[in-house]
Design a protein around this ligand. Sequence first.
Ligand code: ADP
Ligand code: ZN
Length: 605
Amino acid sequence: MNASALDLLQSVFGYPSFRGQQQAVVEHMSEGGDALVLMPTGGGKSLCYQIPALLRQGTGIVVSPLIALMHDQVDALREAGVAAAYLNSSLGADDQREVERRLSAGELNLLYVAPERLLTGRFLNLLEHTEVALFAIDEAHCVSQWGHDFRPEYRELAILHQRFPQVPRIALTATADPRTREEIVERLALQQARQFVASFDRPNIGYRVGLRHNAKRQLGEFLLGHRGESGIVYCLSRRKVDDTAQWLAESGLEALPYHAGLDAATRTKNQKRFLREDGVVMVATVAFGMGIDKPDVRFVAHLDLPRSIEGYYQETGRAGRDGLPAEAWMIYGLSDVVTMSQMIAQSESADERKRVERQKLESLLAYAEATGCRRELLLGAFGESYPGPCGHCDNCIEPPKTWDATVPAQKALSGVYRSGQRFGSGHVIDILRGEETERVRSLGHHQLSTFGVGAELDEKQWRSVFRQLLAAGLLEADAEGYGTLRLTAASRAVLSGGQTVKLREDARPARASRRRRDSQTIVGGGSLGIEAYEQPLWDALRALRTQLARQHGVPPYVVFHDATLLAMLRALPANEDELATISGVGEAKLKRYGRDFLAVINAQG
Ligand code: ADP
Ligand code: ZN
């Protein structure tokens, strides 16, 4: 059985070996066991059910929540020579009947269905008369009402266990948190299922976080290192999305906007271009991304703080699914904290929920201000202990300088306290710096004992102190979202001199940009490290891929992934036998595309 699983991996998918826990899952499923698979995005979940479905008698039924996702998966399987189809609302009546006929006739290896379709009496009856190899429930976290991808129909999927107790089931998700995991087990009746939990580390993603001083200039410099690459730029507001997309487009980039305020046709068009063309930058609110399976997203940039560390992980996780180098880059400012607090305060949620959301924001802020390894912190937030430092985040590459800020912290905290814990940082900084503004005078704050005690730091340095005190939980913003600050339980130890405070020095913009330019010359042609002499062949390979993709009506990455093109570029295969050894070149694709790619390589190589 192992040998044949490996055979299929090599001949159909063109990969030399299984990754991580794939083989264990495949063996378990092939023997008829139930499984719950938790793997990060890009971990290789699909093969965990696709190969068992090919090994077992009958058709593998895959429940998938998103139409776009289904289409991509089915396209990719067909390219690899697998008999796959989908059933969802995008099909006309005739096509639907044809798929059902093929299912009944046992002609399909894999059938993707929307949950609402699967649950119809008609479809369940059809399944009674069909040989089912297995049920795969993809994006299983959709059963959880706590996540933002909640799909009520997912909760009814336990019916599969009741009606088809002998058919093995596998549920898969990239959501790491333990509460969601428990909910999946319970809601889908997977108590007997074996759990396969992979590390949630995404080793190919580098993390970088910085302060925002001039968003456009900073983004522009960042994008210089990613020319011609696909990426996502996240902004908090629709206006900022439009503004940023327009500015990037005027700067000559293929940048498109995406947010809920655009009409459906524009959204679909922009999403399609992002998927089907090389090197499109999508500027978007968080409305964009769920179900985006594009493997070659080389960077995810955040111009504002996301809502939570989970959100940050999920959004940055859309980069580098193909395992090639990718970058998660974020800039933020103190104003983000105020805006986010306001959004939480003004939302319709219950108080309990708001409290949870504030905590989430705080842990993200702590991540942003961290001086240690970011990967360690990020994974720690999901209960995974990572033996850092990773060597692949900004803090590891260049450890931030810290300074003893105990005395300024004490001044800041007492400044907040003496003025009655009713003001934002701006006003308190005025008091500390001894600025006799109108507001200070009218409130009589020039008579406070803390007035003018902080002249040793300029306004910018004080803002940095306040921001970091917030991040460290030594100050908190009011729950109502007015941006006013008050002390926390932890403040006392600092005020009483029992605790020292170490803060990071904020990098100076000039230095930061010089460093960026240096690293760029090292990286050469963007994330993938294409050398100048390789560029012509690389461009030719990508152009051929785009042309073939158009002919076949599929996205370029369905023809071959970047990783496969890169392997061709480096190995320069001279004939079909050599081409066949390249990871990602299976038998069907070799036959279909081999000659064309060899011709390009031989012409230039
Ligand atoms: P997930 O669904 O977990 O996000 P996918 O199943 O889409 O991940 O796989 C992520 C990428 O890794 C895909 O491009 C896939 O082709 C590739 N991949 C999966 N398994 C292997 C393997 N054993 N060897 C090489 N590449 C693999
Ligand atoms: Zn690190």
